[in-house]
Write a protein that binds this ligand. Structure first.
Ligand SMILES: [Zn+2]
Length: 76
């Protein structure tokens, strides 16, 4: 998942605010993350990457926003 995917999801109103149910309008402070995961089974050194972002509802009358690294879960 990338910032392009996030922008597209917002532009196409695929992300829904869990508070008011309308499409999320904005995001802020997109930050890439990278971390290595050692699973203890020999050479399986897995690299996982993600991104953290602040999602902002932005609809009238709704002040919902959330800092999350699981923003993919908001995309249908
Ligand atoms: Zn909302």
């Amino acid at each position: 998942m990338s910032v392009e995917r996030l922008k597209k999801a917002i532009a196409e109103q695929q992300m829904k605010c869990p508070s008011c149910g309308k499409a999320i309008q904005e995001f802020d402070k997109y930050q890439e993350m990278a971390s290595s995961v050692w699973d203890g089974a020999g050479d399986s050194n897995l690299e996982t990457k993600g991104a953290k972002v602040t999602l902002i509802c932005g609809n009238d009358g709704c002040a919902w926003k959330e800092r999350t690294e699981f923003w993919q879960s908001f995309v249908d």
